[in-house]
Design a protein around this ligand. Structure first.
Ligand SMILES: Nc1ncnc2c1ncn2[C@@H]1O[C@H](COP(=O)(O)OP(=O)(O)OP(=O)(O)O)[C@@H](O)[C@H]1O
Length: 247
């Protein structure tokens, strides 16, 4: 495997109860870059993330996914799956608790991360006492606590109000800079804000269309005019795809 790919999806075919979703799908994920996947509802974005996380073994009929040696994966989704009866601090340390690697250092790291996501004032609260945005901040800290080298994000902020969503996108952009991220989103602005590479998944069969690829730069570092054009292009391609899937 070339060094700059953290994952290679090779000729992947997948069926759900005999219905084909992917047929010979090929795709590479670049290390230390952020890749956004857009596409109409049901095209297979979340399924692809699950394939990368090795959660669809029984439905894969052909092909393979090669992960770079030593790859460990963290997952951040819309349902943050925090444990309501645990404190925020314990939730963030859960991974180390389960692995039996909880120490004073992990406690310190958890506190640092919770400070970075502006949750220092709530360390001992239970998660049921938090707002949706606060829960996602904690979930983000927990994801970072895992020190994973591949972070899969499935519509992480889609349930939040517009302002909280913007704050969390900015925070994510800052905290996940230079990490390898695959982000599934319906929001073209979120893709532009967070990703170096933006793809639209199109059916049938599913193929990837690369819409933006900016080595070393994030799209949001582009000039306003380029940014505007990119956003327009994304929206029009997604609208086109939506029309096609309704025919
Ligand atoms: N476990 C499953 N069993 C059967 N069908 C499934 C299963 N999981 C997903 N599917 C089907 O596979 C297709 C792709 O689903 P997936 O959730 O990957 O799409 P998506 O692009 O992420 O959609 P959305 O944007 O709406 O979340 C859908 O038609 C869905 O109904």
């Amino acid at each position: 495997m070339k060094n700059n790919f953290i994952a290679q999806i090779q000729n992947l075919s997948l069926d759900f109860k005999g219905k084909k979703l992917f047929k010979n799908l090929n795709f590479n994920i670049l290390e230390n870059k952020s890749t956004a996947l857009l596409g109409s509802s049901g095209v297979g974005k979340s399924t692809l993330l699950r394939c990368i996380a090795d959660l669809e073994i029984e439905n894969i009929t052909d092909g393979k996914i090669i992960l770079k040696e030593g790859t460990n994966i963290a997952w951040l989704s819309q349902e943050n799956s925090l444990f309501p009866w645990l404190s925020i601090l314990d939730n963030v340390q859960l991974y180390h608790h389960l692995k039996g690697t909880k120490t004073n250092q992990t406690l310190q790291k958890a506190e640092e991360l919770l400070s970075q996501v502006n949750m220092s004032d709530h360390l001992n609260k239970k998660t049921y006492e938090l707002s949706g945005g606060q829960k996602q901040r904690v979930a983000l800290a927990r994801t970072l606590m895992q020190d994973a080298n591949l972070i899969l994000m499935d519509e992480p902020f889609s349930a939040l109000d517009a302002i909280t969503k913007m704050q969390l996108q900015d925070l994510t952009c800052h905290l996940l800079k230079d990490k390898t991220v695959v982000l599934v989103t319906h929001d073209p602005q979120e893709a532009i804000k967070l990703a170096n590479h933006i793809y639209i998944l199109k059916n049938q069969p599913v193929v990837f269309e690369e819409v933006a690829s900016l080595q070393g730069a994030l799209p949001h570092q582009l000039s306003n005019e380029k940014l505007w054009n990119l956003q327009e292009e994304l929206i029009s391609k997604l609208q086109e795809q939506n029309k096609e899937s309704q025919i």
